[in-house]
Ligand binder design. Sequence first.
Ligand code: FAD
Length: 450
Amino acid sequence: MESLWRKETGEIKTQRKKGERARDYAGTKYDVIVIGAGMAGILIAYYLQEAGKKVLVLEAKTIASGQTERTTAKITSQHGLKYSHLLNTIGLEKAKLYAKANEEAIREYERLIGEKGIECQFERTTAYLYATEDERPLKEEVRVATLLGVDAFYTEETELPFKVLGAVGFRNQAQFQPLQFLKALCKELTILEQVKVEKIKGHEIFTEDITFAAETIVVASHYPLKNVPGFYFLRQHQERSYCMALSGCEGMDGMYLGIDGEELSFRRAGEYLLLGGCGHRTGRQKRCYAKAKLEEYMKKYFPDAKQEVFWAAQDCMPHDGIPFIGRYSVFTPNLYVATGFQKWGMISSMVAAQLLRDEICGIRNDYSKVFTPQRLHFRAGKQEFLIDMKESIKGMSRGLFNREAPRCTHLGCGLHWNREEESWDCSCHGSRFDKNGKILDNPAKKDIRF
Ligand SMILES: Cc1cc2nc3c(=O)[nH]c(=O)nc-3n(C[C@H](O)[C@H](O)[C@H](O)COP(=O)(O)OP(=O)(O)OC[C@H]3O[C@@H](n4cnc5c(N)ncnc54)[C@H](O)[C@@H]3O)c2cc1C
């Protein structure tokens, strides 16, 4: 399922000269090796290189071929009903830092794109959260977001083709074409494609047949590669969501996300309108097909529209609702990670790039208090932790006792057949395999042998 961005941009070329093999890069000790060439990996590599580090990026497939090419590419600090949740769980000071880090990331995108003259349809606009069933949580969100310094307002008027009870607007947010943006940045970086990392030990990175070395290693592989230490598989799950690009309908200026129903998302992208939603935990498909459901909405709200492209993606959802950006674990001083972007990885990748550049260059950054993977937010995410535990126990039992379901090569959970996408999906940690057992999505690293 090719996304609109990929269709428009095609393949992103690397800088490698003809005849150069990945092996030719293995003799050098780099200051930093970044694993993964998605939005996170590329931005982290770019800012570290700009700070004077010698950087190499290793990518298992091709540039931006992970979740990044399937995003809806809103750049916003509005992450659902985030701020009322953060105020209640991590307190005023840290909630303020979360908002500030994200607002700064929007400005940094604008500065970088302007300075480099990157043509990627970047535009400032308002992001809206809307409600069709109960508007009260939105009123609280506006109050808290304003308290935290966000330029937020409440309204009942929107451009949506249906009646809403209320909406929260955040002014001065943005949207762009993510692959056009990456295409420009990648020209300046050294990226090796088709190089899949199998193992990291100390300062060394092992693929099937090559060993690379770096003073510092950053894992930006979407789902972290190592189970231990770090234990990220106990701290987040994955959610899958769907998107279509429609032609022949009126565009909208704002970007929209629903807090109820199928949490439908809308934004304009050039001549198209992007309609998204129908999300669920990976491996736990709803009874009806997401594509059919979105088509129903398309016909209902945009009867003259034509569906041009349909695609799906998934993201890591940390229990406390905050990305993990910082040291991989207390036991690995030279290893860093950026994950847990909860479907807001465009902006979180920029936050990660700024934060990791500072940490790796020895500069104090206040935001690490919020995003550090070593945080202990006891009040946040207790319920999500319990749900994930229950799902993992069910998945492991399915792996042990259900002989009809293949087992995930990550931790042995029993997989679920996804009829819509014809894949085997894991509801514990979100790995996916095609019908022949080939990996589609991590954390699994090995294919299934039927
Ligand atoms: C439906 C949907 C809509 C979204 N819309 C938005 C939005 O509007 N705004 C927003 O901010 N965010 C959005 N997101 C989230 C955003 O798309 C992701 O958070 C972001 O793309 C993740 O980027 P990444 O670089 O971490 O991961 P990826 O893009 O997946 O990149 C990771 C890379 O690592 C590589 N890799 C993996 N394992 C290895 C290995 N062993 N060796 C070498 N390389 C490896 C992969 O091949 C991949 O290229 C959305 C997510 C979904 C699901």
